[in-house]
Design a protein. Structure first.
Length: 416
């Protein structure tokens, strides 16, 4: 089948060149694929079909469809290889070197034969691709048929099980959301934007955090496979969140299964075990109270002298100092001349205060000073102003500042 014959017999006239190139491409490809035997068969077929060239549209469709199929197959293979590379394959050997380190991790525990796992696979691969450049989040998976030990350790009993591991923690939170790439991604963004307030302890930082004599530290000794520990985790996180603005309070946990030496040192024999390490007793004392949020909050408030509720907001008692309240009552009821003398007494008492009490004392002093300058109605007017501000959206640090001031001003207002 020569180029000359195609030129002479082509029904395409102006596009004969196209026919020559296309037929040559097609013939060459077939010969390369089928070898010498295919070559002779093609020549015979060409003689039979001489003068019966296919229409151009049909020929274009034939060539383009084969090309499309070839490139489509390559694209699918490429996409599969990219997705597979973007989900980190975890094993018993490398699990703890990837998870619980300097980035958070979402881990799918699966079985190759599981139908639901197969259905999830393409969505999970898309998730891996979307978080490929996110250095703070790892998307991983564990084959539980191959690595039963890891799956057993984290309480996996059905497939697929998806768990979220916060940065620096091997205590997971089970994922209960949707199974599309979009739903999974949204959940990870929420978890990442709302990181844990529980301080994660290790062999390296335990003494620096727990034995710090400027901090009251509550420590949960847990094991990743412990059911009671998993049940406690959401409440414990709320406790940490409630006290996150208290500089002198730390809510922490330690993986006692991983750091057995520390667990043994502090007499831990069951999970979870909670121990409190106050500023004045770094030997530690066992927490024997209830496991509800209110129980923990009441305990910390009593031991640390804080005044928080379960939502982390300051109570009406926050900042109020009994020894200064008595002087305030005298100050409010006194005449102008006497007020100056009592103000000096307040200054003297405030100078003796330390720590957070010294901070509150300065608020008392400022309130007394403004009362002298602005008159008896100052306290009531300022309380109303602060309440209007607090009704709006205020960041937590500012809300604390305004609440402390309001609580102390109530002492001045109620004594008048």
């Amino acid at each position: 089948f020569s180029k000359k014959k195609i030129t002479h017999n082509s029904i395409f006239n102006k596009n004969a060149k196209y026919d020559i190139k296309a037929q040559t491409f097609y013939t060459t490809g077939a010969q390369a694929y089928r070898g010498k035997e295919a070559k002779s068969q093609i020549q015979v077929q060409q003689k039979r079909n001489f003068g019966k060239q296919p229409t151009r549209r049909k020929f274009e469709t034939m060539v383009s469809s084969k090309t499309f199929f070839a490139f489509g197959a390559l694209a699918l293979l490429f996409a599969a290889s990219v997705f597979a590379d973007d989900v980190v394959v975890l094993t018993e050997e490398n699990f703890e070197s990837h998870v619980g380190q300097d980035r958070a991790a979402l881990v799918e525990f699966y079985a190759p034969w599981c139908g639901h796992c197969k259905k999830l696979a393409p969505e999970y691969e898309k998730l891996g691709s979307s978080f490929k450049k996110a250095k703070s989040i790892l998307i991983g998976k564990v084959d539980c048929d191959e690595h039963k030990g890891v799956c057993s350790k984290y309480g996996v009993s059905g497939y697929p099980t998806i768990q979220w591991f916060p940065k620096g923690s091997l205590e997971p939170k089970k994922y209960e959301g949707g199974r599309t790439a979009e739903a999974l991604a949204e959940d990870q963004r929420e978890d990442f934007c709302n990181p844990s307030n529980v301080a994660v302890l290790t062999q390296d930082n335990f003494n620096d955090v727990v034995l710090d004599e400027t901090k009251d530290v509550l420590v949960e000794f847990y094991a990743p496979w412990c059911g009671h520990c998993k049940s406690l985790a959401p409440t414990y996180e709320k406790v940490a969140t409630a006290f996150k603005l208290e500089e002198g309070v730390v809510i922490a946990n330690l993986d006692a299964d991983k750091y057995k030496d520390l667990a043994e040192k502090y007499g831990v024999s069951g999970f979870p075990t909670l121990k409190f390490f106050p500023k004045n007793n770094k030997e530690g004392e066992e927490y024997g109270g209830g496991r509800d949020l209110e129980d923990f909050v009441d305990f910390i408030n009593e031991k640390s002298g804080t005044s928080r509720d379960g939502k982390g907001q300051l109570t009406s008692k926050a900042g109020v100092l009994a020894n200064l309240d008595d002087l305030v009552k005298e100050f409010v009821k006194a005449g102008n001349d006497e007020k100056k003398a009592i103000f000096s007494k307040i200054e003297e008492e405030v100078s003796k205060l330390e720590g957070s009490a010294a901070r509150y004392g300065k608020i008392y002093l400022k309130a007394a000073e403004n009362s002298l300058k602005k008159g008896a109605d100052y306290a009531k007017n300022e309380i109303q102003r602060l309440e209007r501000i607090l009704e709006k959206s205020v960041n937590p640090t500012k809300a604390d500042e305004f609440t402390l001031k309001k609580n102390i001003l109530y002492t001045f207002a109620s004594s008048s």
